[in-house]
Design a binder for this molecule. Structure first.
Ligand SMILES: *[C@@H]1O[C@H](CO)[C@@H](O)[C@H](O)[C@H]1NC(C)=O
Ligand SMILES: *[C@@H]1O[C@H](CO)[C@@H](O)[C@H](O)[C@H]1NC(C)=O
Ligand SMILES: *[C@@H]1O[C@H](CO)[C@@H](O)[C@H](O)[C@H]1NC(C)=O
Ligand SMILES: *[C@@H]1O[C@H](CO)[C@@H](O)[C@H](O)[C@H]1NC(C)=O
Ligand SMILES: *[C@@H]1O[C@H](CO)[C@@H](O)[C@H](O)[C@H]1NC(C)=O
Ligand SMILES: *[C@@H]1O[C@H](CO)[C@@H](O)[C@H](O)[C@H]1NC(C)=O
Ligand SMILES: *[C@@H]1O[C@H](CO)[C@@H](O)[C@H](O)[C@H]1NC(C)=O
Ligand SMILES: *[C@@H]1O[C@H](CO)[C@@H](O)[C@H](O)[C@H]1NC(C)=O
Ligand SMILES: *[C@@H]1O[C@H](CO)[C@@H](O)[C@H](O)[C@H]1NC(C)=O
Ligand SMILES: *[C@@H]1O[C@H](CO)[C@@H](O)[C@H](O)[C@H]1NC(C)=O
Ligand SMILES: *[C@@H]1O[C@H](CO)[C@@H](O)[C@H](O)[C@H]1NC(C)=O
Length: 464
């Protein structure tokens, strides 16, 4: 049996907390010897399915990912590297008009298998509720008159499926998401009250509770005049952690090509280029009194594609905000314009979506999403994740993310690679954040991204 701790936390935590690790006991000498072998560590994590989380930084660290149930044909549960995660979160349970949670037919079959496999691997099995298409009825479900119904539904769900945790991916309290969500100015206050009730429910006392959140704290205020809350400390008392969804910062909706998941944006050249980042988001949440050691950084195993004409794609000269491109590649421009009328297809899982969405709005074509493996599959990247010969390439030193460009197809992709994941892992360590959450498990290629961020965090195998 193995238990993993990041070295930065081993150094920072009193040993009493390390001793409290549920799956095994660690001895100081084991920890000390572990810290001498960090560079050669193969990150392997055994989870904490019996952790008694009561909020706060009780868990040493979080190495987690979401598992997309709808993608199970391409990426079956058996393909997950369970031993490299402390928890895995199944996506999604959907909110319903009557304050319940609904699961699709496939999820009804898969979720029990998911939980069983997680537990076989000593990994916490969580379920995330909401998401972009499943958040329509959060607002009414957490409202005072319906709160008990929703809490009871969750108790039933947790007991029925033997879940270790619930993740709330409400997109978004007091802010419209997909377009037909119910939104109320009471959302954030009601969300807090609901979480307080949930946390105090005896049957759920040992449940891990998390929320997937925007780059800025929960909104307050009415109509279109909402502002981020200035004090979210009460949320930190009832949630084990938040996972900041630091991705989709730039995409087809943007006016220029920018990073999908910037580590930093305060160093970007213009204010329009400063669209949010891990740095800005952690600053915003901690300024609103959410403790850094309860923040998990959401990281992306995918990127977005853009149609960029050749004339705009390349940098005129070398650029202080870019690393020297690898031999065989040509430096790309920062923040080039793109043609938003011709969204390129992403990887082979992307499709020309002309269906109506859950709000009955017709979709307008491909999403343009490239999973990391998809960039290798389509020849943008080599098998080892580096840019292929002949590509345009930019590793932007502000966002600490790469861009790759096929001049023939005129497709540019903003994505994450081994280097950008390492930078994020280092940031997590330096800022004493709780860990990372990767969207989503199937995007990686041979665990290259997962291993990179884990190594950078010093997640270390400690025998017990
Ligand atoms: C939580 O407690 C219940 C009942 O005591 C137990 O069945 C369940 O396994 C526990 N879950 C975790 C994650 O410890
Ligand atoms: C799933 O695992 C099998 C067996 O290791 C492997 O052949 C296959 O490529 C994997 N698929 C994905 C999508 O990772
Ligand atoms: C909530 O949904 C579950 C699963 O569909 C169902 O079994 C349960 O009866 C529902 N609860 C209520 C109160 O309708
Ligand atoms: C899980 O924990 C059990 C009991 O502590 C142990 O016997 C088993 O080997 C562990 N399994 C894995 C895959 O770590
Ligand atoms: C409570 O739920 C019902 C639907 O079951 C809904 O009609 C009502 O508006 C909800 N109450 C609030 C305050 O949102
Ligand atoms: C969790 O830990 C607290 C504090 O140590 C304890 O009071 C509570 O009974 C524990 N809950 C479970 C379900 O083990
Ligand atoms: C918010 O702005 C949108 C778009 O401008 C508008 O359609 C909507 O009516 C506004 N909502 C409120 C509550 O003012
Ligand atoms: C494309 O960009 C133009 C100019 O910025 C804008 O007016 C238009 O709404 C955009 N179209 C889409 C589909 O985003
Ligand atoms: C972010 O950029 C600012 C400069 O605007 C710099 O001072 C800071 O160190 C950077 N942070 C990280 C983590 O890169
Ligand atoms: C998607 O399908 C629609 C309707 O068939 C078609 O008009 C459109 O050109 C297609 N888009 C792409 C990118 O293939
Ligand atoms: C670049 O795009 C062209 C045109 O679509 C395609 O034929 C070629 O294979 C692509 N090159 C790579 C390395 O992906």
């Amino acid at each position: 049996m193995l238990h993993m701790l990041p070295l930065s936390l081993l150094a920072a935590l009193p040993f009493s907390m390390v001793w409290a690790a549920p799956m095994c006991s660690l001895s100081p000498s084991t920890a000390a010897s572990a810290s001498t072998s960090a560079s050669s560590a193969i990150p392997t994590v055994s989870g904490s399915s019996s952790s008694n989380s009561t909020g706060g930084a009780g868990d040493a660290f979080v190495a987690t990912t979401w598992y997309a149930g709808w993608n199970s044909d391409n990426f079956p549960l058996s393909n997950l590297s369970w031993n490299k995660y402390t928890s895995v979160t199944y996506a999604f349970g959907l909110t319903t008009p009557d304050g319940n949670v609904s699961l699709g037919n496939q999820d009804l079959l898969l979720l029990p298998q998911f939980v069983e496999m997680a537990h076989q691997n000593n990994v916490s099995a969580m379920l995330t509720i909401g998401g972009w298409t499943g958040s329509r009825f959060f607002s009414t479900s957490v409202a005072e008159e319906n709160r008990t119904t929703f809490v009871n539904a969750l108790v039933n769900l947790v007991q029925k499926y033997n879940l270790d945790g619930l993740d709330f991916d409400w997109e978004y309290p007091d802010k419209q998401g997909i377009g037909c969500n119910i939104v109320s100015e009471k959302d954030s206050a009601n969300f807090l009250s609901f979480l307080q009730v949930l946390r105090a429910t005896p049957e759920l006392s040992n449940l891990t509770l998390s929320a997937a959140v925007s780059l800025t704290p929960f909104a307050q205020g009415s109509g279109n005049n909402t502002q981020p809350m200035q004090d979210v400390s009460e949320f930190a008392k009832v949630l084990d952690y938040i996972a900041i969804m630091n991705y989709d910062v730039f995409g087809s909706w943007s006016s220029v090509v920018g990073a999908n998941a910037p580590l930093n944006d305060t160093c970007a050249p213009t204010t329009t280029d400063q669209a949010g980042s891990a740095v800005s988001a952690v600053k915003a949440w901690t300024a609103a009194n959410f403790p850094a050691n309860q923040i998990v950084l959401g990281v992306a195993a995918y990127g977005h594609s853009f149609a960029v004409p050749q004339g705009a794609a390349f940098a005129a000269t070398s650029d202080v905000n870019a690393a020297t491109p690898p031999v065989g590649t040509t430096l790309l421009a920062a923040f080039p314009p793109f043609n938003n009328a011709s969204q390129p297809f992403g990887d082979k899982l992307d499709r020309n979506d002309t269906d109506v969405d859950i709000c009955n709005v017709p979709q307008t074509g491909p999403s343009g999403i490239f999973n990391f493996w998809g960039l290798i599959d389509e020849g943008f990247l080599n098998e080892d994740g580096t840019a292929a010969d002949g590509m345009g390439f930019r590793f932007d030193t502000c966002s600490q993310t790469p861009f790759v460009y096929n001049a023939t197809s005129q497709v540019m992709v903003a994505y994450d690679d081994v280097q950008s994941f390492a930078a994020k892992g280092q940031f997590i360590s330096e800022q004493n954040l709780l860990g990372f959450a990767m969207w989503e498990a199937s995007g990686d290629y041979n665990d290259m991204l997962l291993d990179s961020i884990s190594n950078a965090m010093g997640i270390e195998q400690v025998g017990c």
